[in-house]
Design a protein around this ligand. Structure first.
Ligand code: HEC
Length: 241
């Protein structure tokens, strides 16, 4: 073995060919699974898009570094499935740019946090985590409740996402600001539900109808996590007898 290596090292060309051969094995191992991607990545025809308000919330989630303590990927292990719900499917992060899978869990996984708590709980928790979970070490994000949400640039955010493959239409881009404001008010609006589907949740997320705040956006985002498609739940049903 070492004798061969010794001889190879003395012949430049043979060494280069040897290096190419060994590197190609690594390349193949990475490339080969991609040929079966159509069979391995499931489809979710019911998958809905993030609304502009949810996109804004997602941007705040990234800005505040929530991913440093929270993952958004439930693994296929029994303890995870029992604690968090059906394991995450690749298709569920289809529109996530950048994805938030993460690997650090100082706090729990958030992939299916949507609907687990009320808006009031989420707001109280973000204002002061110790108010609802006495031993919590999560930082307080009180300022979100008093910071007005920037909505004038949301059309540009949707446009950027559409460039990387999220199917936002021109109509969605044009109405992004109005849709964000409508979703954070009690009555929502017809335009919002025609564009994003009747399952869109429109309400005053932060409990303060006077102003659209960053808290509105972040809570709207948290409440939709794991609920963009039903694919994972359908997938986890026990096989028919
Ligand atoms: C320093 C680490 C840390 C950071 C940063 C952090 N969290 Fe947490 N988070 C925790 C811990 C620990 C818990 C568990 C205790 C609790 O519920 O407060 C938690 C719990 C939660 C829960 C409840 C989860 C459940 O299933 O009960 C939510 C929702 C949440 N965090 C959202 C956020 C959001 C949104 C952000 C960013 C604005 C954030 N966290 C930032 C550590 C963190």
């Amino acid at each position: 073995m070492f004798g061969l290596h010794y001889r190879l090292e003395k012949h430049g060309l043979a060494l280069v060919l040897g290096i190419i051969f060994v590197a190609a094995i690594g390349g193949l191992v990475e490339i080969a699974p991609l040929f079966t991607i159509d069979e391995t990545v499931e489809d979710a025809p019911d998958m809905r898009l993030y609304t502009p308000l949810e996109v804004a919330g997602r941007n705040i989630y990234i800005r505040e570094g929530c991913y440093a303590c929270h993952s958004q990927m439930i693994r296929t292990l029994r303890d995870e499935v029992e604690r968090y719900g059906p394991y995450s499917l690749a298709v569920e992060s289809k529109y996530d740019h950048p994805m938030q899978w993460g690997s650090k869990r100082t706090g729990p996984d958030l992939a299916r946090i949507g609907g687990k708590y009320s808006d009031e709980w989420q707001v109280a928790h973000l204002i002061n985590p110790r108010a609802v979970v006495s031993q919590s070490i999560m930082p307080s994000y009180r300022f979100l409740a008093s910071t007005a949400l920037r909505t004038d640039d949301l059309g540009l955010h949707l446009k950027a996402l559409s460039r990387v493959g999220v199917p936002y239409t021109q109509e969605m881009v044009t109405n992004a600001t109005a849709d964000a404001i409508a979703q954070a008010s009690a009555d929502g609006g017809e335009g919002l539900t025609t564009r994003y589907g009747t399952a869109t949740q429109a309400r005053v997320f932060d409990g303060n109808p006077g102003q659209v705040t960053e808290m509105d956006a972040l809570v709207a985002y948290l409440q939709i996590l794991g609920r963009l498609t039903n694919a994972a739940h359908a997938n986890s049903q026990p096989p028919e007898e």
